[in-house]
Design a binder for this molecule. Structure first.
Ligand SMILES: Cc1ncc(COP(=O)(O)O)c(C=O)c1O
Length: 385
């Protein structure tokens, strides 16, 4: 290999920040289970003073995730919501955020029911239309917060077009890249200023820990967020950092299999007589299929299907065996859920109706089991409708 050749994605995911431990040679990053560090003398230490401020396991994960997204640094938090909260604490009362109108339900819950009480202002727009973002920009707008594809309806927004609109007006674009992971979508390369993930999902990949991250493009953002970590304290524990480091090593192979299974399940559901509609960006009938092909290098494994009614959704969900009924997504196992009563219950009936989340909608996070087993399970469950 020529020495100036940039390493590939899997090499970065396995090696960036994951150098063998200098004191023991351990190939796997140790879990530094410590709350504090002995100092050599007053004002002299080895770069670590107190674990809320920094921890070597966390530093390794932050370096790894920054490298995967192509950022200058990253900061990890106790959950995806803790990361989004941290992002908002970079602002001041009176500042305005534009948010995709169809996002994970916990985001508008945080914005409307908590942060609005502290003087932050929010507008919700259909970010599949970059012109709608432009129209919503005000004098006090600081961030545009875009989830693409969206949870749950899989609407795809044009990151490069929105970045252009935002930058003309000095607004920073933050993209939630949870559904695609850096393996299939690189928002910073398309002009975004920060990337958010719930690491709970594909980055961890094994449904065994919560976490969140913000990847930065400037040292100033990274410094502000390090200050937020130190001051507010919702940092990711060393053990959970280690779980994510373990997970990202197989991100590429998992995402390839998720994508393969996702395409097969979407095609199967799309021709199933009991299914009224399928939302998956890989299907030619998807409203932003051409953009998805351009912007993402895979379509992933998040799929929504319309069963027609709450009764039908209930009947289907009562019958699944391989697919586990539960919240969350992005793990190796297939998870199936009902957005109206689970992830998006907080929006209320009116809020859900406004963005097209019906009572008959069922969301599937297709895992990496043998795809024929997943298809058989969905088929027999749909037969119960
Ligand atoms: C797209 C997206 N962003 C953020 C979050 C919040 O992450 P967490 O559950 O880790 O707090 C979720 C949770 O489902 C999500 O789906």
């Amino acid at each position: 290999m020529k020495s100036d050749k940039k390493p590939g994605f899997s090499t970065i995911s396995i090696h960036a920040g994951q150098e063998p431990d200098p004191s023991t040679g351990a190939v796997t990053v140790p879990i530094f289970a410590t709350s504090t560090y002995v100092q050599q003398e007053l004002g002299k230490n080895k770069g670590y003073e107190y674990a809320r401020v920094s921890n070597p396991t966390r530093t390794r994960l932050e370096n790894n995730l920054a490298a995967l997204e192509g950022g200058v640094a990253s900061r990890v938090f106790a959950s995806g919501m803790a990361a989004i909260t941290a992002m908002c604490t970079m602002l001041r009362a009176g500042d305005h955020i534009i948010c995709s109108h169809n996002v994970y339900g916990g985001v508008p819950r945080l914005f409307n029911q908590i942060l609005a009480h502290y003087g932050l202002e929010f507008s919700y727009v259909d970010t599949t239309d970059a012109g709608a973002v432009e129209k919503a920009i005000r004098r006090n707008t600081k961030f545009a917060y875009v989830e693409t594809p969206t949870n749950p309806l899989m609407a795809v927004s044009d990151i490069a077009a929105i970045a252009r609109v935002c930058h003309r007006r000095d607004v920073e674009l933050v993209v939630d890249n949870t559904f695609m992971s850096p393996y299939f979508q690189r928002p910073l390369a398309l002009g975004a200023d920060m990337v958010v993930h719930s690491t709970t999902k594909f980055l961890n990949g094994h449904s065994d820990g919560l976490g969140g991250v913000i990847i930065c493009t400037t040292a100033e953002q990274a410094e502000k967020l390090a200050f937020v970590q130190k001051s507010t304290g919702a940092i990711l524990s060393p053990f959970e950092c280690w779980l994510v480091l373990r997970g990202v090593k197989t991100l590429a192979v998992r995402m390839e299999q998720h994508d393969k299974n996702g395409r097969a399940v979407a095609a199967f559901l799309n021709q199933h007589r009991k299914v009224e509609k399928v939302y998956y960006p890989g299907l030619p009938g998807h409203a932003q299929h051409e953009l998805a092909k351009r912007q993402m290098s895979g379509f992933g494994s998040m799929i929504n299907l319309e069963t027609g009614s709450l009764k039908n959704a209930k009947r289907m969900l009562a019958k699944v065996r391989i697919c586990s009924l539960g919240e969350s997504l992005g793990g190796v196992e297939t998870l199936i859920s009902h957005p109206a009563t689970m992830t998006h219950a907080a929006l209320g009936e009116k809020g859900r109706k406004a963005i097209g989340i019906t009572d008959g909608l069922v969301r599937i996070s297709v895992g990496i089991e043998d795809v024929d087993d997943i298809l058989d399970d969905l088929d027999q469950a749909l037969d119960n409708i």
